[in-house]
Design a protein around this ligand. Structure first.
Ligand code: NDP
Length: 288
C-alpha cells in the first residue's frame, strides 16, 4: 500500500564502559526518550580499555549523537575528542560526549548533577558554605570542582590515601582558587562544628555492601548539617540513615544520578528532560 515514506532510522547514544553490564543508565535514558516521543536509542556497550580508540572511531562512523563514559574511560577518552567544555577541562575527566557539527565535545555532568540536586532537592545554595568531602576519587573531584565554582568558601578533602587527597587539594586551589585542605583519614573523622555540608564521595555502602559506613564520629553530626551520599544504590544508605537519626538533613545519590543524566539528555536532544520519569525509572531498577 502506498503511503508516506517511513524512516526506521534511530538517533544513537549510549555508554562505553568496562565492566558495564550492570550500568542502569539505559533504563533511565530510554524511559525519557520514549516519554518525549523521540526516536532515540541508548546502547550499553562493553568497550575494553585497549579498544577505546576504535570505539571512538565507531562513534563517528555510526554518526552517533553522543556517548556517556564510565569506568575506566573518563580520562582516557580525552585525546579522542575535538574539544572539552571549560568544566571538563577543569575536572580533567569526561562523562558525556556530544557530537555536534562533526565535532566530538567532552563535558562532565557528574558535578553539575550533584550541584543541581543540592540546590533543588535539598534547597541549599553552596555559596559561602564550608564543605567536607570523604574521598578523593573521580566523583569527589567532579563534585568538589563544581562546589568551588558555585562559591563554597572552604573545602576539606578527607582521604585514606594521602597522595590522592593532596593532589585533589592542589588541583582545587590551583584551578578554582578555593581555600582547600587535606586531612588524613586513618581513624574516625570528627566533623568540626563550623562545617555546613558533609559528603560521602567514597564507594563505601554501595550494593551489595549495604551495611558498610564511612568512619565518621556520629556524635559530631549535628541537626543543622546537610549530609550527602554519592551512592545511588541503595539510595537510603546506612550512613544517611544514621545521620538522620542524629537529626541531620540528608541528600541521597539518586538525585545526582538523575540530574547528571538529565543534563546529558538535554545537551543531546535539545528537549527539556522529563525528570520525574527518569527518577521513577531508576527507583524501579534499584527497588527490584
Ligand atoms: P574512585 O575509585 O575514583 O574513588 C573511590 C574513593 O573512595 C577513593 O577516594 C577511595 O580512597 C575511597 N574509598 C573506597 N573504599 C574506601 C574505604 N574502605 N575506606 C576509605 N576510603 C575508601 O571512585 P569514584 O569516585 O568514581 O566513585 C565513588 C562512588 O561514587 C562510587 O560508589 C560510584 O558509584 C559513586 N558515583 C555516583 C554518582 C551518582 O551520580 N550518584 C556518579 C559517579 C559516581 P583511596 O584514595 O584511599 O583509595
Amino acid at each position: 500500500m502506498a503511503g508516506q515514506p517511513r524512516s526506521y532510522k534511530e538517533d544513537l547514544v549510549g555508554v562505553f564502559g568496562y565492566p558495564v553490564a550492570e550500568n542502569p543508565t539505559c533504563v533511565m535514558q530510554q524511559a525519557a526518550f520514549d516519554a518525549c516521543g523521540l526516536r532515540w536509542r541508548y546502547l550499553t556497550i562493553e568497550v575494553r580499555p585497549e579498544q577505546l580508540a576504535d570505539a571512538m572511531r565507531g562513534l563517528r562512523a555510526f554518526n552517533m549523537r553522543g556517548i556517556n563514559l564510565t569506568i575506566p574511560h573518563k580520562v582516557a577518552v580525552i585525546p579522542h575528542l575535538d574539544r572539552l567544555s571549560p568544566e571538563a577541562q577543569l575536572i580533567g575527566a569526561v562523562n558525556t560526549v556530544v557530537a555536534q557539527e562533526g565535532e566530538l565535545i567532552g563535558y562532565n555532568t557528574d558535578g553539575k548533577g550533584f550541584l543541581r540536586s543540592v540546590r533543588e532537592d535539598a534547597g541549599v545554595d553552596p555559596r559561602g558554605k564550608r564543605v567536607v568531602f570523604l574521598g578523593a576519587g573521580g566523583a569527589a573531584r567532579a563534585m568538589a570542582v563544581e562546589m568551588a565554582l558555585a562559591g563554597a568558601s572552604h573545602i576539606v578533602i578527607v582521604n585514606r590515601t594521602a597522595a590522592r587527597g593532596k593532589e585533589l587539594v592542589h588541583h582545587l586551589r590551583e584551578k578554582t582558587g578555593v581555600a582547600a585542605e587535606y586531612l588524613s583519614w586513618q581513624d574516625e573523622y570528627t566533623v568540626p562544628p563550623d562545617v555546613d555540608i558533609l559528603i560521602n564521595a567514597t564507594s563505601i555502602g554501595l550494593f551489595p555492601n549495604v551495611a558498610e559506613m564511612p568512619r565518621v564520629a556520629m556524635s559530631s553530626i549535628r541537626d543543622d548539617l546537610l549530609v550527602c551520599d554519592v551512592i545511588p544504590n541503595p539510595p537510603r544508605t546506612a550512613f544517611l540513615t544514621a545521620a538522620e537519626r542524629r537529626g541531620a538533613r540528608t541528600l541521597d545519590g539518586l538525585g545526582m544520578l538523575v540530574y547528571q543524566g538529565a543534563i546529558a539528555f538535554q545537551m543531546w536532544t535539545g528537549v527539556e528532560p522529563p525528570i520525574s520519569v527518569m527518577r521513577r525509572a531508576l527507583e524501579e531498577v534499584f527497588a527490584s
